[in-house]
Design a protein around this ligand. Structure first.
Ligand SMILES: CC(C)(COP(=O)(O)OP(=O)(O)OC[C@H]1O[C@@H](n2cnc3c(N)ncnc32)[C@H](O)[C@@H]1OP(=O)(O)O)[C@@H](O)C(=O)NCCC(=O)NCCSC(=O)/C=C/CC(=O)O
Ligand SMILES: Cc1cc2nc3c(=O)[nH]c(=O)nc-3n(C[C@H](O)[C@H](O)[C@H](O)COP(=O)(O)OP(=O)(O)OC[C@H]3O[C@@H](n4cnc5c(N)ncnc54)[C@H](O)[C@@H]3O)c2cc1C
Length: 679
C-alpha cells in the first residue's frame, strides 16, 4: 500500500509485518508461548479469564483507546472520561460478578486510566484494616456497593513523610460524643489524596487525636465531605483539585480544608485504638498498626512495576525487531534490525529480564504479606517489622529500577520514543510517581536500614535470626568467593552467595561507621545523619540480595518444559549478572568478588544478550498484552509500526483542517503587513 493510500484511508495492513513474523518463525520458544503466558497469569484458566475481561472492556469504545486518548484532551474532559470509565468499570464488576482479583485485572487491562482508583486501592483496604467488626458491618458494604465513594487523606501540604508531624487535629467533645476536625494551619491542609478534588463524598482522614488537651497520636476518621444529595461540600469543608501533574491527569488529586467539621464518635476507625463515650483512650496492638494500609499498597506497587515493564518491553522489543537502521555488515544489501546491535540489546533486555524478575518477586512478596496479614488479624504482630521492611524496601527498589529502565527503553526507540503515541513518555512519567507515592523511596530505604541495624546488633549479641536477615549471623572470615571459573557465572546459587556477602559487608560497614561516630562522642541522631548515604547503600544491597533469592526460589518451584526453563533461566542468569556488573564498585570494594571474576561476569553478561536475542519477541509475546492496553503505535502485535504512526496523526486536533484558524488570526496579517505579499 502506498503512503498516500494509507494516509487517505487510515488503513493498517491486515498482515503481520514480515519482520516480526520472521522473529516468531525462528524462535524455538514460539510453540511454548502459551505455557509462559499461563505462568504469568497464574494458570491457563486465568489467562482465559483475563482475555474474557479484555473482550468485555474493549468492545466498549470508552475503554478502547484509554491508554492514549488523554493526550489529545483538555484536563476537564480527561477527568470526566476518567469518571465515566470508573462508573462503567464498577457497573461491569457488578454485572459480571467480578472478584476483587478480577477487578484488579480489569484495572491493568485499561492501564489504570480511570479516576476513582483510590476508592478500591486504599479506601476499602483501609476500612478493612482499621475498622472494628461493628464498623465494618456498617461501612464496608456501602463502600463495596459504591453507595459511598472514598479516599485516603493522609498527606498534608507540610508533611507527607513524617506522619508524626501531621497537623490535622481531631478533638474529642465528650458532651456531644463527637470529634471536631480542623486543619488549623496552611501546612495542615490535606494535599494529594486521589479522587478527593471533585469525586469522593467520604474520606478516611488521618489526624492527631486530642482528648482534654492531650495528644494521642495519628488515627483514622471516616468523614463525610460532600452531600449525598447534591455533591456540594458539607458545612466546614473546602475542597478542590490541586492542578495538573506530570501524568495521572484523569485523577483529581485534591486539597482539603476542614473548619470545625463534626463527626460522630463512631466514625473514628477503632480497630487499633478506642475512645469511649466519656473520652477514655485505650490502644491495642503496636503504635504503628494504623500504618497497615500502606503496607498492602507497597506490595501491590511491586507487581505494578512488573506490569509496567512488561508493557514497555513489549513495545521496545517489537519495535527493535521491526526497525532497521544502518548496517552491521557493509556487504549486506539490507540494513540491520536495531535489535541485532549488542548495545540495543543492552538497552532493551534489562527491562525484559526485570519485568520477569519483578513478576516472580512480587508474587512471593504478596504471599508473604497475606500470611503475615492473617497472623496480624489474629492479634499476632511478631512478623510486622519484617513485612514492613520487605514491603517498603521492595517497593522502593522496584520503583527505582522501573524508572531507570523505562527511560532507557524510551531512548531505545530513538526519536519515535519521544512521540506521545509511543506511550513510552507517559509510562516514564507515570512510573516516576511510584518513587514518591506510598512512602518516598529514600525514606523507605532508611526504614529498611533502621531494621537492618537492629537485626545486625542482635546478631552480634548472639541472637539467632530468622527471615530475610538470617544471614547476618554469618561468620565473614569463612567467606571465599564461590566463583572459580567463567562457567560459575551461570550458577545463580553461587551468585546469590556473592550478593549475600556484599550485603553483609555493606551492612556491617554501616553499623561500624555508626558505632565509630557514637563512640567518638556524636549524639545518636547526628551519627545517623552523618551515615545516611551508607545506610541507604546497605539497604539496597540487602534488598537486591533478597530479590535474587526470591526470584531464584520461585523459579525453582516451577514445573515447566525444557525450552521454557531454558529461556526463563537465561533471563534469570542475565538479571543476576547484570545487577552485579551494574554495582561492580560495591562488589569489588566489599571483596565479594575479585577482578578476574568481574571480567568473567562482564563476558557472561554479553554472552547472555546473544542467548536471549532469538527468543526476545516470543518472551514479550508471552506477556500477551492487548494492543489497547499498552496503547503504543510502536509495539502492536502486528508490527505495522509506520502505518500506525501515520494513522495516529488523524487523532491530532491540528490535523482536522487544512488551514488552521491561527493562520487567519495571526500569520496571515503578519505576512501581509506591508501589502508586499504578492510575490
Ligand atoms: C517514614 C515513616 C515510616 C516514619 O514513621 P514515624 O512514625 O515518624 O517513624 P518512627 O521512626 O517513629 O517509627 C519507626 C518505627 O515504626 C515502624 N513502622 C513504620 N512504618 C510501619 C508500618 N507501615 N507498619 C509497621 N511498622 C511500621 C518501623 O519499623 C519502626 O519500628 P521500630 O520498632 O524500629 O521503632 C512513616 O512516617 C511513613 O511510612 N511515611 C511515608 C508516608 C506514606 O507512605 N504515605 C502514603 C500516603 S497514601 C499515598 O501515597 C497514595 C498514593 C496513591 C496510590 O498509591 O495510587
Ligand atoms: C501521584 C501521587 C498520588 C498521591 N496520592 C496520595 C493519596 O491518595 N493520599 C495521600 O495521603 N497522599 C498521597 N500522595 C502523597 C505521597 O504519599 C507523598 O508525596 C509521599 O509520601 C512523600 O511525602 P512528601 O511529598 O512530603 O515528600 P518529603 O517527605 O517532603 O520528601 C522530600 C525529600 O525529602 C527527603 N526526606 C524527607 N524526610 C526525610 C528523612 N526523614 N530522612 C531523609 N530524607 C528525608 C526525601 O527523601 C525527599 O528527597 C500522593 C503523591 C503523588 C505524587
Amino acid at each position: 500500500m502506498s503512503a498516500a493510500a494509507i494516509l487517505d484511508l487510515g488503513k493498517i495492513p491486515s498482515k503481520v509485518n514480515p519482520e516480526l513474523q520472521s522473529e516468531r518463525d525462528c524462535s524455538s520458544l514460539t510453540p511454548y508461548i502459551s505455557e509462559i503466558t499461563a505462568i504469568v497469569d497464574g494458570g491457563r484458566n486465568n489467562t482465559e479469564k483475563r482475555r474474557q475481561i479484555e473482550r468485555i472492556l474493549f468492545k466498549d469504545p470508552l475503554f478502547r483507546d484509554c491508554a492514549i486518548d488523554s493526550v489529545y484532551k483538555p484536563r476537564d474532559e480527561m477527568y470526566a472520561r476518567g469518571v465515566e470509565r470508573s462508573v462503567r468499570l464498577f457497573a461491569l464488576k457488578e454485572e459480571y460478578n467480578w472478584t476483587d482479583e478480577e477487578f484488579g485485572i480489569a484495572v491493568y487491562v485499561i492501564n489504570h486510566q480511570y479516576s476513582l482508583g483510590l476508592h478500591t486501592v486504599m479506601f476499602i483496604p483501609a476500612l478493612e484494616r482499621l475498622s472494628t467488626e461493628q464498623q465494618k458491618a456498617k461501612w464496608l458494604h456501602l463502600a463495596r456497593n459504591y453507595q459511598i465513594i472514598g479516599t485516603y487523606a493522609q498527606t498534608e501540604l507540610g508533611h507527607g513523610t513524617n506522619l508524626q508531624g501531621l497537623e490535622t487535629i481531631a478533638t474529642y467533645d465528650a458532651t456531644t460524643e463527637e470529634f471536631i476536625l480542623n486543619t488549623p494551619t496552611v501546612t495542615s491542609i490535606k494535599w494529594w489524596p486521589g479522587a478527593l478534588g471533585k469525586s469522593v463524598n467520604y474520606a478516611i482522614i488521618l489526624a492527631t487525636l486530642i482528648i482534654d488537651g492531650k495528644k494521642h497520636g495519628m488515627h483514622p476518621f471516616l468523614t463525610p465531605l460532600r452531600s449525598t444529595e447534591d455533591h456540594k461540600p458539607l458545612p466546614g469543608v473546602k475542597v478542590g483539585d490541586i492542578g495538573p501533574k506530570l501524568t495521572f491527569n484523569t485523577v483529581d488529586n485534591g486539597y482539603l480544608i476542614l473548619n470545625n467539621v463534626r463527626i460522630p464518635r463512631e466514625n473514628m476507625l477503632m480497630k487499633n485504638a478506642q475512645v469511649s463515650r466519656e473520652g477514655h483512650f485505650t490502644s491495642r496492638g503496636p503504635s504503628k498498626a494504623n500504618y497497615s494500609a500502606m503496607i498492602l499498597v507497597r506490595v501491590t506497587i511491586v507487581n505494578w512495576c512488573s506490569v509496567i515493564l512488561s508493557n514497555s518491553s513489549t513495545i521496545t522489543v517489537r519495535y527493535s525487531a521491526v526497525r532497521r537502521q544502518s548496517t552491521l555488515d557493509s556487504s549486506s544489501e539490507k540494513e540491520s534490525k536495531i535489535l541485532d546491535y549488542q548495545t540495543q540489546q543492552y538497552k532493551v533486555f534489562p527491562s525484559l529480564a526485570t519485568a520477569y524478575a519483578l513478576f516472580f518477586v512480587s508474587k512471593t512478596l504478596k504471599n508473604r504479606y497475606l500470611k503475615t496479614y492473617a497472623e496480624i488479624m489474629k492479634g499476632n504482630f511478631k512478623n510486622l517489622p519484617e513485612i514492613h521492611c520487605q514491603s517498603a524496601g521492595m517497593k522502593a527498589l522496584s520503583a527505582e529500577m522501573t524508572v531507570e529502565l523505562l527511560e532507557i527503553s524510551r531512548q531505545a526507540c530513538g526519536g519515535h520514543g519521544y512521540l506521545a503515541a509511543s506511550a513510552l513518555g507517559d509510562a516514564v512519567a507515570s512510573a516516576k510517581a511510584l518513587v514518591t507515592v506510598e512512602g518516598e523511596n529514600t525514606v523507605l530505604y532508611l526504614q529498611v536500614a533502621r531494621y537492618l541495624m537492629k537485626r545486625f546488633a542482635a546478631a552480634v549479641s548472639g541472637e539467632r535470626l530468622s527471615g530475610s536477615t538470617e544471614y547476618l549471623c554469618m561468620d565473614p572470615i569463612k567467606y571465599s568467593c564461590p566463583i572459580n571459573s567463567p562457567g560459575d557465572c551461570m550458577n545463580v546459587s553461587l551468585l546469590c552467595q556473592v550478593y549475600r556477602f556484599r550485603a553483609y559487608r555493606m551492612i556491617s560497614k554501616a553499623a561500624r561507621m555508626l558505632q565509630r561516630d557514637i563512640e567518638g562522642g556524636k549524639k545518636q541522631h547526628k551519627a545517623m545523619n552523618d551515615n545516611l548515604v551508607q545506610l541507604v547503600r546497605a539497604a539496597r544491597a540487602h534488598l537486591l540480595y533478597c530479590m535474587m533469592v526470591d526470584y531464584k526460589e520461585s523459579m525453582n518451584q516451577l514445573q515447566i518444559s525444557v525450552p521454557v526453563s531454558k529461556a526463563l533461566n537465561n533471563l534469570l542468569v542475565f538479571f543476576t549478572v547484570f545487577n552485579i556488573v551494574k554495582n561492580a564498585g560495591d562488589f569489588l570494594e566489599t571483596e565479594s568478588i575479585g577482578l578476574p571474576q568481574m571480567e568473567w561476569l562482564k563476558e557472561t553478561e554479553v554472552k547472555m544478550l546473544a542467548e536471549i536475542r532469538p527468543d526476545a519477541v516470543s518472551l514479550v509475546d508471552a506477556f500477551d498484552i492487548h494492543d489497547n492496553t499498552h496503547g503504543s503505535v510502536l509495539g502492536c502485535y502486528d508490527g505495522n509500526v509506520y502505518e500506525r504512526m501515520l494513522k495516529s496523526t488523524q487523532n491530532e486536533p491540528l490535523n482536522q483542517c487544512d488551514v488552521h484558524y491561527s493562520f487567519h488570526q495571526h500569520l496571515k496579517p503578519f505576512l501581509q503587513r506591508n501589502n508586499t505579499s504578492k510575490l
